[in-house]
Design a protein around this ligand. Structure first.
Ligand SMILES: CC(C)(COP(=O)(O)OP(=O)(O)OC[C@H]1O[C@@H](n2cnc3c(N)ncnc32)[C@H](O)[C@@H]1OP(=O)(O)O)[C@@H](O)C(=O)NCCC(=O)NCCS
Length: 161
């Protein structure tokens, strides 16, 4: 499981008991899980479909630094299932676990669409894909510029004759 995101528990995140408010934590988790799903499925149009039992294992206090962890546990046809855990960054004590968070991949029409993914992809692979895309479009731009230069040269030749 990768713990990418750290949060610092601040006064505005507390409940009247002086510990981390569950609603704040769930908002952070849902956002973190959505970002994870977006990166895995390469699609910004993903929505939360299902969240299983949430186990608030222990509390966090003001000033604590906590970290949010995600791992894809299942790739369906249009969905992805994640497991989530939040823990104290320093003590590693578990704060929350969610066994199952299901996100659905949508098409431009807002209807579930197959995502074609089968296994976890890592950040380096995403960067490599991005680099290749940029390289490919740079190549295409270079070819188009060369063609345009050639076309202009041909026109100039025509006007000379
Ligand atoms: C997401 C939504 C489009 C899915 O519609 P749907 O009619 O349930 O779609 P489907 O029946 O085709 O199911 C889509 C996928 O979700 C899965 N799914 C549906 N209900 C599920 C449930 N209760 N638990 C787990 N997975 C579920 C299906 O198994 C399917 O996955 P697969 O293709 O990998 O097998 C629709 O339910 C919706 O718009 N929900 C609201 C989403 C939302 O607003 N979320 C909060 C804000 S992000």
């Amino acid at each position: 499981m990768n713990f990418h995101t750290r949060k610092w528990v601040k006064p505005e995140d507390l409940n009247p008991n002086g510990t981390l408010f569950g609603g704040s934590l769930l908002r952070w988790i849902d956002e973190e899980a959505a970002i994870y799903a977006i990166c895995q499925l390469d699609n910004q149009r993903v929505v939360t479909k299902f969240i299983s039992e949430i186990n608030f294992v222990s509390s966090a206090r003001q000033g604590d630094i906590i970290e949010l962890g995600m791992k894809a546990t299942h790739f369906g046809r249009t969905s992805i299932t994640l497991r989530a855990e939040v823990r104290n960054k320093i003590t590693r004590k578990s704060i929350l676990t969610i066994e199952k968070m299901v996100f659905v991949n949508l098409g431009a029409d807002g209807v579930p669409a197959p995502h074609g993914r089968e296994c976890i992809r890592y950040a380096d692979e995403a960067y490599e894909r991005y680099r290749q895309t940029v390289q490919t479009s740079a190549d295409a731009t270079a070819v188009a510029a060369a063609n345009e230069a050639q076309r202009q040269a041909d026109n100039e030749d025509t006007s000379v004759h």
